[in-house]
Ligand binder design. Structure first.
Ligand code: SAM
Length: 417
């Protein structure tokens, strides 16, 4: 078996193959960065966006397509190209104030050959001047040492924007403790974190090495893997692993919002978790997964019980693929679950507060929540008014729109048909 580290080697001029599941990951990164800048620079009066882009497992910059053998831009070039393209696209639609994205790039990798290939590739590219100006910094360092070094370089500040891409081999080089250290230092940072479910599943057993790996990762699984009861409770151990591990990450993570979705192709699967403290960032990542519906995967329910699949439904056979079927089941589930949730939240909240309250419970992005509310309003189960009390046609139009229960709630709760 080829070790994942060996599969990613740039030694002797080699370009590692970039399998489809890795190309999907790069596509998600690209789509997310595009959506990120359209969101943060949506106001056309914003002249400058300062941001740090960190690629701590950057690799050598260029990979090889498995079918054509042609070059595939790796994550550092995806970052550089997408930021460049985003600025051009935004400025094409602006008339007066042009946008200047002041991005500082921090690339690192433990491998000597990856770092020298990456440096050579950037020097030969249109981005060479950024290397000379210091806007691109490349370090050959292991992540354990690199993170404190990097955080020493970027002053701690609650307003500093940063996007971290942690595209590790395996599952516990970049750990929960590392992610929490990033979020404590830079609360506005967002982290896209690749965790190989395959490696975790292969490695999982009852021996000391696994225990040490788990300890290093920063979660406490208690007796989850040794207790026979916990295995009996779940339909298969892999689901058990995913459920327990994700649950622990969510509970132990300093980020307010975690999107716990997977990417899968040809049987290969990995989590591409997104950690952030901002509900809008969480929404942008969810919308990104809905755009990658052939490969994005959520091993859970459609509505507000996103991760309770194992507890209630041991024999779940279909996967949530962010596709048309998932869209339909999301709408149906939200139609039934939003009104009880509104009751729970006091019966009168703004759309933004509602979204914040359910962000970690649902794979639905805001557009899907709005559309479920539009139907609930149509059928008289909720009222939607603007901040000045104005009636809304259809669903909520703004985050500050108030959603409330009608004065005399219908006797019967909405049912999915
Ligand atoms: C999945 S590959 C990254 C691919 C890259 N993001 C791309 O798109 O081309 C993982 C990288 O992590 C590097 N690596 C392995 N162990 C590491 C460690 N402890 N610290 C930093 N980098 C490490 C490997 O050299 C490899 O280049």
């Amino acid at each position: 078996m080829v070790k994942s580290q060996d599969a990613f080697s740039w030694k002797d001029g080699n370009r590692p193959v970039c399998p489809i599941h890795s190309q999907v990951k790069l596509d998600i990164l690209r789509t997310y960065i595009e959506a990120y800048f359209s969101t943060v620079a949506a106001n056309p009066a914003i002249p400058v966006v300062n941001i740090h882009l960190v690629d701590a497992f950057a690799g050598g910059g260029v990979l090889k397509d498995p079918i054509s053998g042609g070059p595939v831009a790796g994550s550092p070039f995806v970052m550089l190209n997408t930021v460049h393209g985003a600025q051009q696209t935004i400025n094409a639609s602006r008339t007066s104030t042009k946008l200047d994205i002041r991005a500082r790039y921090h690339f690192a990798d433990a491998s000597r050959s990856a770092v020298s290939e990456l440096t050579r590739g950037i020097q030969a590219s249109e981005y060479a001047s950024k290397l000379h100006s210091g806007d691109i910094q490349i370090d050959r360092m292991k992540f354990d040492n690199y993170l404190p070094h990097l955080l020493g370089r970027i002053p701690s500040n609650e307003k500093t924007k940063a996007l971290f891409f942690l595209d590790q081999c395996g599952w516990n080089i970049a750990t929960l403790d590392h992610c929490n250290a990033i979020l404590r230092h830079l609360p506005k940072a967002e982290i896209i974190w690749n965790i190989s479910v395959e490696s975790l599943a292969t490695f999982a057993n009852e021996n000391q090495d696994f225990r040490k790996g788990i300890e290093r990762f920063g979660v406490d699984l208690g007796d989850a893997f040794t207790s026979q009861a916990s295995f009996n409770h779940f339909s298969d151990w892999r689901k058990s692993l995913i459920a327990i591990f994700l649950d622990k990450i969510r509970k132990g993570c300093d980020a307010n919002y975690v999107s716990p979705f997977m990417v899968q192709h040809d049987g290969w699967g990995y989590w591409l978790l997104h950690l952030s403290n901002h509900p809008q960032a969480n929404n942008v990542m969810k919308a990104t997964h809905w755009q990658h519906q052939n490969h994005s995967l959520h091993e859970g329910f459609a509505g507000l019980k996103m991760l309770e699949f194992n507890r209630d439904n041991f024999h779940q056979t279909t996967m949530f693929r962010f596709d048309e079927a998932a869209g339909k089941s999301t709408h149906e589930a939200l139609f039934v679950e939003l009104v009880p949730k509104l009751h729970e939240l006091g019966g009168n909240v703004t759309r933004d507060d509602f979204v914040r309250a359910i962000a970690n419970e649902t794979p639905a992005d805001v557009s899907r929540i709005d559309s479920a509310f539009a139907e609930l309003k149509e059928e008289g189960h909720v009222r939607i008014r603007g901040p000045k009390g104005e009636q809304r046609r259809g669903g909520p139009k703004h985050g500050q729109d108030r959603i409330s229960l009608p004065p005399q709630p219908k006797l019967f709760l909405p049912m999915s048909n």
